[in-house]
Design a protein around this ligand. Structure first.
Ligand code: ADP
Ligand code: MG
Length: 367
């Protein structure tokens, strides 16, 4: 392999669009996926994730644009000739066949010699820890086992790209967590270029090298999980990734290294200016604060950028409690509390002081 082919992206999605009648399924999406990368398409139901994946697989014909895999334009190529492995939420296994025959299906379609089929099926079955289940009908397997069969069937053809459309959504919480680890292991062992689809932001954050956040057929941001969490590009991404408190519009003030947010009815909150805050003095901004950037202040304590509000709920979560506070001039704020002292001192209906870590806030232009 020479240097040119080596650095070329595994998948190039070039200005791809899909219209369904008058409605937009996917609007003008461009995206490169590197060799061996694990990229997740994340967004609410109906945002176009499956449509985009379907166009890569070849089940959905783009209205415009092209799909290039390993440097070859596949836009006009039949799905079964694309060397792409795909797994669906619904597994889509052949219920009348046993595990071995399900996994062997793609290789038989490709008319590989029998001995080679044996070897490759063995490899995929071992990889997915399905040894001993070869003769079982798939309807005699649990949901998790069926999904491992679907994965084995997808990887057995040694695909150029593995596409996974909400493969874990049908599983219960514990099994889903276990399968997430298995997917990570599979990716590390095979190095397969993987495009994973989910509407679950936690799943996306834990599995992905990069996340593509989509809304209404459009890409909102493409970034590594930590970057998405810390520097969301817009209000949609800020609200969709993790928990966040959106503050009402504020006037941004800047004087040297200090920045200030002037909120009507609250006054001025000040912090050291962050390099990415490049707003002009006097512009309108929205501040977004994660729950961990809103700190309850113990009774009698003092704090900078403190606001008072009324506790409206304590939502017990096991390891911590989410406390919801209504602050005049701001609205509802959520904070995360560990330990019982704060909760004991501030039952629902009482006043609490919150310190806002404005220096850690995400600021976005308002309007
Ligand atoms: P997601 O997978 O993110 O939930 P989809 O890609 O399935 O979203 O759908 C994107 C949009 O396209 C939705 O508005 C959906 O209703 C529409 N859509 C998807 N498939 C079809 C279809 N076959 N015919 C008409 N509209 C469709
Ligand atoms: Mg879908």
């Amino acid at each position: 392999m020479n240097a040119t082919t080596d650095t070329r992206p595994a998948v190039e999605i070039v200005r791809v669009r899909k219209d369904y009648g008058g409605a937009v399924g996917v609007a003008d999406v461009s995206l490169n996926v590197g060799k061996g990368e694990f990229v997740t398409l994340l967004g609410p139901s109906g945002c176009g994730k499956s449509t985009l994946l379907g166009m890569i697989a070849g089940f959905v014909t783009p209205t415009a644009g092209k799909i290039v895999v390993d440097g070859i334009d596949l836009t006009e190529v039949e799905p079964y000739r694309r060397d792409i492995g795909m797994v669906f939420q619904s597994y889509a296994l052949f219920p009348h066949m046993n595990v071995f025959d399900n996994v062997a299906f793609g290789l038989r379609m490709r008319k590989l010699p029998k001995a080679e089929i044996e070897t490759e099926v063995r490899r995929a079955i071992d990889m997915m820890k399905l040894g001993g289940f070869e003769e079982r009908r798939v309807r005699q397997l649990s949901g998790g086992q069926q999904q491992r069969v679907a994965l084995a069937r997808a990887i057995v053809i040694r695909p150029k790209v593995l596409l996974l459309d909400e493969p874990l959504s049908a599983l219960d919480k514990n099994l889903r967590a276990q399968m997430q680890v298995e997917l990570s292991d599979l990716h590390r062992k095979t190095g397969l270029t993987t495009i994973f689809v989910t509407h679950d932001q936690g799943e996306a954050l834990s599995l992905s090298d990069r996340i593509v956040v989509m809304n209404r057929g459009e890409v909102q941001q493409v970034a590594a999980p930590i970057e998405l969490y810390r520097t969301p590009a817009n209000g949609f991404v800020a609200s969709f990734i993790g928990e966040i408190n959106a503050l009402p519009a504020a006037r941004y003030e800047v004087a040297g290294d200090e920045a200030g947010l002037v909120l009507p009815g609250i006054g001025r909150l000040a912090a050291a200016r962050r390099p990415e805050w490049s707003f002009a003095h006097g512009s309108d901004v929205h501040a977004f604060l994660r729950p961990e950037q809103v700190h309850p202040v113990r009774a009698g304590g003092t704090a900078v950028n403190a606001v008072n509000g009324v506790v409206t709920a304590h939502i017990y979560q096991g390891s911590h409690t989410i406390t919801r506070v209504q602050v005049e001039g701001i609205g509802a704020l959520e904070t995360r509390v560990t330990g019982s002292e704060i909760i004991g001192d501030h039952p629902v209906g009482t006043t609490i002081t919150l310190a806002l870590d404005v220096g850690q806030a995400v600021l976005l232009p308002a309007g």
